[in-house]
Design a protein around this ligand. Structure first.
Ligand code: DC
Length: 227
């Protein structure tokens, strides 16, 4: 099987729509590789921050992105992320690193530098790619493309639940407002704006369970003849 024949399921959409959980479950069920492209932007932001590089220094940040010494190690509890020998699995999930990630993700040279690294995840028997531009930029030939959304209110409620379960206090209206502002920024940015590919299937998970979303994607995978 050549790289181009290796099937890809491209799953794009805003944060909070359930992409991460759905993609991890599908990858485990199918035994396929998982590309968490957001993690690459998070790692780049963290690596640049640690090296004291200004996040608006596009060429310096893109050099960091091109030379990332990162490993993804599958374990029974999920994928461990190792940056230059240091386990950064939990660090990259913090709000602080999320903010670094969104700044570096807006730089075209950084996106270019990470392009081949993302495509390198395409290896048999297949790959589930989770991101914002998987179907529109990175894997334009993916046989299955999904755009997973949920209302801003529902994504706010999910985020509120996650935070309060961790003992972090939060304001639901403020979270929903943040999500709306971020949607607006992500959809209108000049480089790789968040939008469904023309041939993507839209799934609105607002009133769906994770299982229902996974079943719907699996049906698309079957219909496409990939399994
Ligand atoms: O999905 P996430 O929250 O881990 O993504 C982190 C940041 O990277 C977020 O600001 C969106 C951005 N991102 C992107 O621009 N393109 C991708 N393919 C994945 C993430």
């Amino acid at each position: 099987m050549t790289d181009q024949q290796t099937p890809v399921i491209a799953v794009d959409g805003p944060s909070g729509a359930g992409k991460g959980t759905v993609c991890a479950r599908l990858a485990a069920a199918l035994g396929w590789q998982l590309l968490d492209s957001g993690a690459l932007y998070r790692i780049t932001g963290l690596a640049a921050g640690r090296k004291g590089i200004a996040l608006d220094d596009e060429s310096a940040v893109s050099r960091i992105a091109a030379a990332l010494d990162v490993r993804f190690e599958p374990t029974s509890e999920g994928v461990r992320v190792i940056l230059e020998g240091d386990d950064v699995t939990t660090t990259i999930r913090t709000e602080e690193v999320g903010s670094l990630a969104s700044q570096v993700a807006a730089l075209p040279a950084v996106r270019d530098a990470l392009l081949q690294r993302q495509r390198d995840f395409r290896a048999p028997p297949g790959v589930i790619a989770d991101g914002r531009d998987m179907g529109t930029v990175v894997f334009t030939d993916a046989p299955v493309k999904v755009f997973l959304t949920a209302s801003a209110e529902e994504r706010g409620r999910r985020r509120y639940k996650q935070l309060t379960e961790k003992g972090i206090s939060a304001s639901l209206p403020a979270l929903i407002e943040d999500i709306r502002a971020r949607d607006e920024r992500d959809s209108n940015r000049a480089v790789a704006p968040l939008k469904p590919a023309q041939d993507a299937v839209l799934i609105d998970s607002t009133s769906m369970s994770i299982e229902e979303v996974c079943d719907q994607v699996m049906n698309l995978v079957r219909t496409a003849g990939l399994i």
